[in-house]
Design a binder for this molecule. Structure first.
Ligand SMILES: [Zn+2]
Length: 222
């Protein structure tokens, strides 16, 4: 993100969860919010370029492609366009892309519990409009969980928030308490479909500032 000379602000997960107490003003379905503003991709951003680290193990790459297929199929609209990417080469300067890679997540002292994956959404401050997103597998993630973790984190990249109340939901925050199979809930699918069609949230009054916020979200085992 240094390429754009932006300022990143790290918000811990507890803050994220606190924000989720507010419901989006227009749509049903959980949506990520920052400072009360609904976060969204512009319709022109779709399909989002999914830049998959070409150094990932084959199993990770396969899981990512399979997760993309699930989202594209269930939404019924192509929301992701996957491509293997050399991460030593700069990501696109335009908005509308998601980077997929691996990081050490589970041992971070800033994160309690066993973190399996993280989605970080980069948002234009004051507007709620998405610029880009990053999704990380935990480097120690077991192969059996690659697919569901990527499916879950891609949901966050589509600006969906945790679904704390329904254990069936793919967006439930715990894989231990709520093991697979999981479902993409109808209200989440509706939200994504609407986002691909038009700007559907009312943030017009917000000032447009050339800064970014940095919103992490994560999925924990416990
Ligand atoms: Zn999550």
């Amino acid at each position: 993100m240094k390429l754009w000379g932006v300022v990143l602000l790290l918000l811990v997960s507890l803050f994220t969860f606190g924000c989720l107490a507010h419901r989006p003003p227009v749509l049903d379905g959980g949506s990520i919010q920052i400072n009360g503003q609904v976060v969204y991709w512009e319709s022109a951003s779709f399909p989002l370029w999914l830049l998959i680290d070409d150094q990932l193990p084959p199993s990770h790459i396969t899981a990512t492609y399979d997760a993309v297929d699930r989202w594209n199929d269930e939404v019924g609209i192509q929301v992701f366009e996957p491509v293997l990417w050399d991460l030593s080469v700069a990501a696109p300067r335009t908005s509308g892309f998601v980077v997929v890679s691996v990081r050490e997540l589970g041992e971070s002292q800033h994160r309690q519990g066993r973190v399996l994956g993280v989605a970080q959404n980069h948002v234009y401050t004051g507007t709620g409009r998405m610029h880009s997103s990053e999704v990380w597998f935990d480097e120690d993630l077991h192969e059996s969980r690659l697919l569901i973790v990527m499916e879950h984190e891609l949901g966050h990249s589509l600006t969906l928030a945790h679904d704390e109340d329904d254990c069936r939901s793919l967006l439930h925050p715990s894989v231990v308490n709520c093991p697979p199979p999981t479902y993409i809930m109808p209200d989440d699918l509706d939200r994504v479909r609407l986002m691909t069609l038009e700007v559907h949230v009312s943030n017009e009054d917000a000032p447009s500032a050339p800064l970014y916020s940095f919103l992490p979200d994560m999925w924990q085992e416990s």
